[in-house]
Design a protein around this ligand. Structure first.
Ligand code: ADP
Ligand code: MG
Length: 698
């Protein structure tokens, strides 16, 4: 261990025991090294002044020089506020405070010259800066220039360790670095990407000489972090491949060939072919397959699942496909039975709805191997359900299944069955690469031919009658319509009322017996839900009023309109899923997003994105940008997303570079045995040691 870097933090000048205690508790900073790894999140550039006339062209923070020409602390309504008029030779703006007024006010004098720093916002028809930093010009820091800004906490603030206090410490420490930080990336990588040396990067990130250097420091440190993460993931995957022997299916088998040559209902798309080939090569390899298939809604995942299962069956194994809901399981059963009606195989369904007596028979037939393909809900992972020899399990719409449930499947056979996970929720490639680092990822990036694009439009309440008129015309043509309402936990009652009101309005406008309206929502009993759903699937009702319970997977090709009410409240991936319910047949389909007149910037961006594109991956990228990776993936995998400096959402190209570089190095030197990789290996081992449950690398 490097002595300098491991020096306890209280020995840094300006720290002392009290502050050290706080730094440890609040920021987990115990040593010099930890402090160096507390990175700034932006920089203040005080090297120049803007003028007020430039404000419309400035994004982010700005520094101004001018005089106070008015001070007003009248109470407006209930809220206290202080408003200052601030003028330079080009114009006048307001500075406002809502808090800390009694501290700020005494330091402000009319007609005195000040330096002001903050973020200008456009309000009404003029600019104002809320809560700016303000100091008399004659007291301004003569050492102007670039300063790093750090996150802090309330407790640290109280001991003078606000951003500025921390900056004093880090910049002092950065200036003491003198061959204390050794390089850990091999020369080949440094020169390939023209990265600055590691020590320089640490100096420049905390105490930059200019913005360009700060940026280069950031890039280099981000790459380093991502590179080690990717190395770790690739090695972990390698180890798990070696540990788990996979069942080998030596051939594709006669059932597969019979189906493929004689009964395929339509030619496979190239993307489907490619994915089936990838799966085929997993099955031959002797490795245990853990593969994620991402394919947009309607890309034909079911057929890929079936072909996968037929390979197992042809090799004397059983196969199972698991869907998140009863309706979906039923649909899969029907589709698969239809596809395989000419094949000598037995397909059955097991779900919560199946009667006890029937279930007993099913259990029996599974154990003696009579059933070849089992379709089911999560009922099929119950311990009671035993197979003779389960060879592969397909999990459809995986985001509804937890990791624990997936793990249970492993134990369904002496040798764990191969696992194919299918999802229609596209995850941006760079994120998938990281979060599903242990899964192989296949992508069906092509829709079957002949699909008409879905027309998507955004409307406000005042167009409702026009839209109802449009629905009526489509129904007259024999089409069906979904109308979906949001249902979000916190405002459940309110949402429920909205749904009911909506339902009443719709039944008034579309009265029986000419029109039949179904309704499905989360408060209904499952049997009632299924009953209503079935009416719609069978075309007995023309309108389906629902909450998002219908989001996943339902296939009603005759439905041509999807209306989403309060669309501004839905997330992007949800909107995309919902839209995927239409456009499944040969008819032209429409998705109509209804929203209130006042919507947030973010909602607007979501709706615009939906109107602009139908490409699930593009939508996923925007979603990632808006929400960040943690929200998209849930807390489950968030540990992996605990990055110090890199950002999986924003640093796309660095993730790819890091992944490619890590892969190249491991291809060339799988055990990191070469002398030039010793440094990397050492760092990697120390990283992996800190994580429990991780196997050692040799
Ligand atoms: P998803 O990927 O959303 O699960 P499905 O498997 O339900 O999609 O397929 C959507 C529709 O496309 C189904 O009606 C299916 O029969 C049809 N389909 C699948 N593959 C093809 C193909 N290669 N050519 C034409 N139609 C196809
Ligand atoms: Mg599907």
């Amino acid at each position: 261990m490097n002595d300098f870097l491991s020096t306890p933090i209280e020995f840094l000048k300006g720290v002392g025991p009290q502050r050290a205690e706080l730094l440890r508790k609040e920021l987990n900073i115990h040593t010099f090294e930890h402090l160096l790894n507390h990175f700034p999140f932006r920089y203040i550039d005080k090297s120049f002044y803007n003028t007020i006339s430039e404000l419309p062209y400035i994004e982010g923070h700005t520094q101004l020089k001018g005089r106070i020409v008015g001070i007003d602390d009248n109470q407006k309504g209930k809220q206290k506020r202080l408003t200052v008029k601030f003028q330079d030779h080009t114009g006048i703006i307001e500075l406002t405070w809502f808090q800390g007024i009694k501290w700020i006010k005494p330091s402000l004098q009319l007609h005195r010259e000040y330096q002001v720093y903050g973020k200008a916002k456009f309000f009404g028809n003029s600019f104002s800066i809320p809560h700016p930093d303000i100091i008399p010009i004659d007291q301004a820091d003569p050492n102007k220039g670039l300063k790093a800004v750090y996150s802090s906490t309330e407790k640290l603030n109280s001991k003078g360790l606000h951003s500025k206090g921390i900056e004093k410490l880090t910049s002092a420490l950065a200036q003491q670095l003198n061959n204390h930080i050794r390089e850990i990336l091999p020369h080949s990588i440094l020169s390939k990407f023209q990265f600055i040396p590691r020590e320089t990067a640490f100096k420049q990130i905390h105490y930059p000489q200019n913005l360009e250097f700060a940026e280069r420091a950031k890039q280099r440190l981000k790459f380093e972090e991502l590179f080690f993460l990717q190395l770790e993931l690739l090695i972990r995957k390698h180890i798990s491949l070696q540990k788990t022997k996979g069942i080998i299916f030596p051939e594709v088998g006669s059932v597969f060939m019979d189906f493929y040559e004689n009964h395929l209902p339509f030619p496979l798309t190239n993307a489907q072919k490619r994915v089936v080939k990838e799966i085929r090569s997993d099955f031959k390899s002797g490795h245990h397959m853990n593969r994620l298939v991402q394919g947009d809604v309607g890309s034909g995942k079911t057929l890929v699942a079936l072909l996968t299962m037929l390979m197992a069956v042809g090799n004397g194994y059983q196969a199972a496909i698991m869907a998140p809901t009863e309706i979906l399981a039923q649909q899969h059963l029907e589709t698969i039975k239809e596809f395989t009606k000419n094949l000598p195989i037995k397909v059955e369904k097991l779900s919560g709805n199946v009667k006890q007596s029937v279930r007993k028979v099913l259990h029996q037939e599974l154990e003696n191997g009579e059933i070849h393909i089992l379709v089911g809900t999560h009922a099929l992972i119950e311990d009671k359900v035993k197979f003779k020899n389960l060879g592969v399990v397909v999990i459809d719409e995986q985001h509804r299944f937890g990791v624990a449930q997936r793990a249970k499947l492993w134990r369904k056979n002496v040798q764990p069955p191969h696992i194919l996970v299918m999802t229609a929720t596209p995850i941006p490639r760079t994120l998938a690469m990281t979060v599903y680092g242990d899964l192989d990822v296949s992508v069906i990036d092509e829709l079957p031919p002949g699909r008409q694009p879905i027309t998507t439009a955004h409307y406000f309440e005042e167009s409702r009658l026009k839209i109802f008129g449009f629905i009526r015309k489509e129904i007259e043509k024999g089409r069906q319509v979904y109308i979906v309402y949001p249902l979000i936990q916190e405002s459940e009652t309110l949402d429920y009322n909205n749904l009911m009101e909506g339902y009443e309005a719709i039944t008034r406008y579309f009265p029986r017996p000419t029109y039949q309206v179904s309704m499905v929502h989360g408060k209904m009993k499952p049997e009632d839900k299924d009953f209503e759903m079935k009416l719609f699937v069978e075309g007995k009702t023309q309108i389906m009023v629902a909450t998002t319970v219908i989001e996943v997977g339902v296939n009603v090709p005759n439905a041509s309109i999807m209306i989403i009410e309060s669309a501004e409240r839905f997330g992007l991936s949800q909107l995309h899923q919902l839209r995927g319910r239409v456009g499944r047949g040969s008819e032209k389909s429409y998705c109509i997003l209804m929203s209130g007149n006042k919507i947030s910037k973010e909602s607007k961006k979501r709706l615009e994105t939906m109107v602009r594109t139908q490409d699930g991956f593009e939508i996923a990228e925007v979603d990632l940008e808006l929400r960040g990776p943690g929200d998209i993936l849930g807390t489950q995998q968030s540990g992996m997303l605990d990055l110090k400096i890199a950002d999986l959402a924003k640093d796309n190209h660095l993730v790819v570079q890091a992944r490619d570089t890590a892969r190249e190095i491991l291809n060339d030197d799988p055990n990191l045995a070469k002398p030039e990789h010793q440094q990397i290996k050492e760092v990697l081992i120390s990283i992996m040691k800190k994580k429990p449950n991780w196997s050692k690398i040799s």
